[in-house]
Every structure is written in C-alpha cells, then in structure tokens.
Ligand binder design. Structure first.
Ligand SMILES: C[S@@+](CC[C@H](N)C(=O)[O-])C[C@H]1O[C@@H](n2cnc3c(N)ncnc32)[C@H](O)[C@@H]1O
Length: 156
C-alpha cells in the first residue's frame, strides 16, 4: 500500500512500513533496528509525555500503551505527515508546529519527553540541535530522552 500527501510518501510493503520525506529519504521505518533504537525511551517515559516528531507514530503509540502514561502530546512540523499517519490511542494529541517554537512559549508541564527530529547522529547535530533543545525543554520537562544521544556523546 502506498499513500502520498504533498511530497511525503507512506509505504507498507511485505509487512514493513516506511515514511519517506520529500527528497525520497526514509524518515522512519518499523524494522527492528529503528524500533529498538527508541525502546529505552519508551521504557523510561511515564506520566505526561511530550514528543517530537511524529514520524510513523511508533514512539507515540508504544508509550501511550503503557499503564503509567497519562497523555502523549506530539509536536510535528509537517501537516502532510500528520495527515498520512493514523494513530489510535485516545491518550495521543498531535499539534502541527516546530518543537523549538513550541518549547519557547508553552505553559504546559511534562514528566518526560522524547525528541527524535534529526535524520542522523553526529557531533554537529549534538551541539547544534540536541543541546539547544535540551536547554529549552528543561524549563518544562522533568526527564528528557533523545534519539541516539548516547552515541553522539561518545563521539565527542
Ligand atoms: C525520525 S521521524 C520520528 C520517528 C518517530 N520517533 C516514530 O516513532 O515514528 C522525525 C520526525 O520529526 C519531524 N520533525 C523534524 N524537525 C522537526 C521540528 N523542528 N519540530 C517538529 N517535528 C520535526 C519530521 O517531520 C519527522 O516526522
């Protein structure tokens, strides 16, 4: 099955889901490597959760299924991605926007956050994206988890 919205493409083939960005680069898949890479955050998050971005919605759905999770707010910058991905859990709300802008102005408070908005991990991404995001989020989130952060810190 293939669905498109704008230049984003969602494909499900042989039981594997893939979301492609407008350049044709896979943003997220549900192969075990991608699912396993965020399992630590699914396990660690509890209470009121903030996450960015949506991708296939795998983190949001997995964490929402936990009994110790009350709510999951997803900030996703692309309306096309939101339109493509159908999530089932009533605990999940999705807002279209940039996570940096959201964190700069929100009055909401969260117990845990998981950020996964960078396509690859590198020293530059750590210094230019992860650290500023952590700085902004620390005002409103108690526990912050980031995709591939441990690997990025090891490479410093
Ligand atoms: C790798 S995917 C996230 C995968 C997700 N963790 C999952 O479980 O399916 C990255 C997502 O972040 C979104 N994104 C990128 N930059 C963003 C930003 N500044 N604010 C909000 N969302 C952003 C992208 O559009 C994309 O949907």
């Amino acid at each position: 099955m293939i669905k498109t919205k704008g230049k984003f493409v969602y494909e499900e083939c042989d039981g594997v889901q893939v979301l492609f960005d407008p350049s044709g680069t896979p943003l997220m898949t549900d192969i075990p490597k991608d699912v396993d890479a965020q399992r630590f955050a699914v396990n660690a998050c509890a209470g009121r959760i903030l996450t960015a971005g949506l991708g296939l919605g795998l983190f949001a759905e997995s964490v929402a299924a936990k009994d110790d999770v009350v709510s999951v707010l997803v900030i996703e910058k692309s309306q096309e991605v939101i339109d493509l991905i159908n999530l089932q859990s009533p605990k999940i709300s999705i807002v279209c926007g940039d996570i940096f802008v959201f964190l700069s102005s929100t009055k909401l408070r969260f117990d845990s956050a998981y950020f996964d908005i960078w396509p690859r991990s590198s020293r530059d991404i750590y210094e230019q994206v992860v650290l500023p995001l952590r700085g902004l989020a620390s005002r409103v989130v108690k526990h912050i988890y980031c995709y591939k952060e441990a690997a990025m810190k090891r490479s410093l």
